[in-house]
Design a protein around this ligand. Structure first.
Ligand SMILES: Cc1cc2nc3c(=O)[nH]c(=O)nc-3n(C[C@H](O)[C@H](O)[C@H](O)COP(=O)(O)OP(=O)(O)OC[C@H]3O[C@@H](n4cnc5c(N)ncnc54)[C@H](O)[C@@H]3O)c2cc1C
Length: 277
């Protein structure tokens, strides 16, 4: 195992271009577990959390930019996040434990790509984008298009996530919803998570974004359910139809945390609750 600490961001990009079998280490709360368990063998570890360009929360005219190595502690203590994204501010208060919050980063949670990652459904509901950079290229990728399979994503070997970008108005005038169901309130991995925002005018849903975690190989939006309920009054929604569409969009599994029937029924109930609110 080799450790590399780039001296600045340019040196990081050069290192990414020239190193084989490389893994970034931000807070280390996921990757250290994978190294200890032998899932990752003989890696070249590249530290990134000391690079100031990658951390902090900035406000521009229309957007909020969150540096990828911003810790969850800094996210939940940020006045900017509290002002613009109460959904994220409230939902992440119980993330892991206070100790883990000081190291774990928002970019690490996304890049690690666990189906249970807490921040991904919230960012999907807020329609976030990722700024992905390499030495020679910068591109914005909507988070909804980032994952391609279980722990797989569109990033190339020499790229990293530098920022998470959210429109300032993403949840303005929307009702918001988040439920994470786990064995206890903190230090618990989600069995099911549902995040959503909806705008209702004269009792009609005119816009909705719904995302789930722990129900597929990666967290995802429920586009078919969204499309079906958009433009409908609550009284016009056929919940059997919602269940049918949901069935085609989620693939819950049974594992040591929960069984698939439980996950399915909890998901149906949470979505029904949000739609009925
Ligand atoms: C005790 C404990 C409790 C936990 N509880 C929770 C919980 O409640 N909810 C939850 O969602 N997670 C939880 N986790 C998982 C973990 O803390 C989070 O996923 C965390 O956000 C990962 O961030 P990190 O900075 O530590 O990532 P790291 O471990 O440093 O990196 C994780 C992966 O992402 C890659 N990576 C990191 N940063 C970038 C980047 N900027 N660009 C591209 N790739 C990058 C790394 O190469 C690595 O593959 C827990 C972990 C532990 C050990």
């Amino acid at each position: 195992m080799k450790f590399i600490k780039p001296k600045d961001i340019e040196n990081l990009y050069d290192t990414l271009d020239t190193t084989e079998q490389q893994y970034l280490l931000a807070g280390g709360t996921d990757i250290n577990v994978q190294i200890n368990n032998g899932i990752i063998r003989d890696p070249n570890i590249i530290y990134i959390s000391h690079l100031k360009e990658l951390s902090g929360i900035e406000e521009t005219n229309n957007e909020i930019l969150i540096g990828s190595t911003t810790s969850f502690k800094d996210v939940i203590e940020s006045r900017i996040i509290k002002k613009y994204f109460l959904l994220m501010y409230n939902s992440l208060q119980n993330f892991a434990s206070p100790l883990i919050q000081t190291s774990a980063t928002i970019g690490g949670n996304i890049a690690n790509g666990s189906p249970t990652a807490d921040v991904i459904p919230i960012l999907l509901a807020l329609n976030a984008k990722l700024l992905i950079c390499s030495k020679s290229n910068k591109r914005e990728v909507p988070l909804k298009d980032f994952f391609t399979g279980y722990k797989k994503n569109v990033m190339k070997n020499n790229e990293l996530i530098t920022k998470i970008i959210i429109n300032k108005n993403a949840e303005q005038k929307y009702q918001t919803y988040y439920q994470k169901v786990g064995s206890r309130n903190s230090l618990a991995i989600a069995k099911v998570a549902v995040a959503g925002i909806k705008k209702v005018v004269k009792e009609k849903i005119i816009d909705i974004k719904l995302a789930v975690g722990s129900l597929n190989e990666y967290p995802r939006r429920l586009f078919k359910v969204e499309e079906y309920v958009t433009g409908k009054r609550l009284t016009e929604i056929d919940f059997e139809k919602v269940e049918e569409l949901l069935n085609s969009e989620i693939t819950p599994i049974s594992d040591f945390r929960s069984d698939k029937e439980y996950r399915y029924h909890v998901c149906v109930n949470l979505i029904r609750t949000f739609l009925n609110e």
